[in-house]
Design a protein around this ligand. Structure first.
Ligand code: ATP
Ligand code: MG
Length: 440
């Protein structure tokens, strides 16, 4: 992609309304623009990151055996009246009516909708287990939308739902999602720690929030230091096998956020206790028959008995993650994207656009990288070097490959790794193979 033709406006000044670094950087890097309070348009650069995050979620969900669907944003109020949540939900729910005066709502979540699908489509115990998810926009009229996309009113969520015959089977589904979540965040370059959470009266302990540490996080975190040394990829995962040992390994160490933290039962103290701030990037919980009972969603057992199905709910804050990743990975000059979610892999900087030799080398590099499947943003603008470097540091692509008049005479280019800032003067071929051989 040629930057001269790309829709990207960067800002030098820090927008006054942005209180935290990720919000500032997302505005300055031209990733999003606010449409109204807590509602954003995603511009090309930001949308690419959002898509990358979605793709990782899709791949990991598929690996764990969950199937993608797409449920609507607008739902009938009557369905939520069946579960009793239409009146219980409060002012966060956006309530609307259609031209026939039917009450509708913009979904803040989809438990009712998915339970209705199950109710209509499954009959027998043989139809279980089921695990469906979608990635869809949600609306919650948050009292204080803030921090950009981190606490929006309209936001993109992956929400998945498992349905099983009994608690034992539901626990297996829970474990599968628990492990899939560890892997999903790790692939995005994040260390997300599962923390015991509240799940209301039914869930028992089967409720975990996945939290990453960041000074600007909204919740206080108390956790055993050893959790942060654990490797989410250490176990060969067979999603058909028994995942209880992995679940046990991660949940045997203390980790809780403020709502659930109880100093009297906290088993860690002193230097083993991490006291920090955290951002919730996901939440999974078992809800049993909370929705199948009021909505009448049961299957027939071999002896003809009808049995209510047991559900679990699995959320990931997809749009929040864009901000959360920046909170976890930035420096004074701008964003430092982890390779897996970066909007482009390489910033190709031509320091002398219009110069025949520089243009030829840059175009050749662009073609070779693109042919190899590398996503390149080619800064071919007629701008000063300082402006180009500042912009590319700001938008934070993992590699900067700079073509300049002095280097091309000697047959070299400069390769900089955005994370850490290491720079090397390399021959064109070595620079190419350095990028192509890099294994993130
Ligand atoms: P929070 O405690 O942050 O308000 P929640 O408990 O209401 O979140 P869930 O209903 O579990 O959230 O939603 C699943 C995920 O969706 C959360 O873990 C979070 O990452 C994300 N999320 C929730 N509310 C918002 C929001 N207003 N803006 C952006 N993402 C959100
Ligand atoms: Mg929560």
């Amino acid at each position: 992609m040629r930057l001269s033709r790309y829709f990207l406006t960067t800002l030098k000044e820090t927008p006054a309304e942005a209180k935290i670094v990720s919000h500032r950087l997302m505005l300055r890097a031209g990733m999003v623009r606010q449409a109204s309070a807590g509602i954003y348009s995603w511009l090309p650069l930001g949308f690419r990151v959002l898509r990358n995050i979605e793709n990782i979620v899709h791949e990991e969900m598929a690996a764990a055996g969950a199937q993608a669907v797409l449920m609507p944003t607008l739902q009938l109020a009557d369905l939520w009246r069946e579960s009793g949540r239409y009146d219980a939900y409060g002012p966060e729910m956006l309530r609307i009516s259609d031209r026939h005066d039917r009450d509708m709502l913009y979904g803040p979540t989809n438990e009712e909708q998915i339970t209705q699908i199950m109710r209509d489509d499954i009959r027998s115990y043989r139809d279980l287990p089921r695990n469906l998810y979608h990635i869809q926009w949600k609306f919650r009229d948050e009292i204080r939308p803030r921090f950009g996309v981190m606490r929006g009113r309209e936001f993109l969520m992956k929400d998945g739902y498992s349905f099983d015959l009994d608690f034992e089977a539901a626990k297996r589904s829970y474990n599968i999602m628990f492990v899939a979540y560890l892997r999903t965040y790790a692939r995005m370059g994040l260390k997300a720690i599962p923390m015991q959470a509240d799940s209301g009266p039914i869930g028992g302990d089967l409720s975990h929030e996945f939290v990453i540490l960041a000074d600007t996080g909204e919740s206080a975190v108390y956790a055993d230091k050893r959790l942060f040394d654990m490797d989410p990829h250490a176990d060969d995962v067979d999603f058909e096998g028994d995942l209880e040992p992995i679940f046990k390994k991660w949940t045997s160490l203390y980790a809780a956020t403020d709502e659930k933290h109880d100093p009297t039962v906290c088993s860690v103290e002193g230097e083993n206790l991490v006291e920090a701030r955290g951002i919730e990037v996901g939440h999974i919980f078992y809800f049993g028959t909370k929705y199948s009972e009021p909505l009448g969603c049961a299957v027939t057992m071999p002896d003809g008995e009808k049995r209510l199905i047991h559900g679990g709910s699995y959320g990931i804050g997809v749009s929040r993650l864009v901000g959360a990743i920046i909170e976890a990975s930035h420096d004074d000059a701008g964003i430092v994207w982890p390779d897996a979610v970066a909007p482009f892999n390489v910033a190709l900087i031509n320091l002398k656009s219009g110069d025949e030799v520089c243009d030829a080398v840059a175009n050749d590099l662009y073609a070779k990288l693109s042919d190899a499947g590398v996503q390149v943003l080619h800064d071919d603008r007629d701008e000063r070097a300082g402006v180009k470097f500042a912009d590319m540091d700001l938008i934070g692509l993992p590699w900067q490959l700079t073509v300049g008049p002095r280097g091309v005479k000697a047959g070299t280019v400069e390769l900089k790794r955005r994370a850490g800032g290491d720079k090397e003067e390399l021959s064109i071929d070595s620079a190419l193979s350095r990028i192509l051989d890099f294994d993130s």
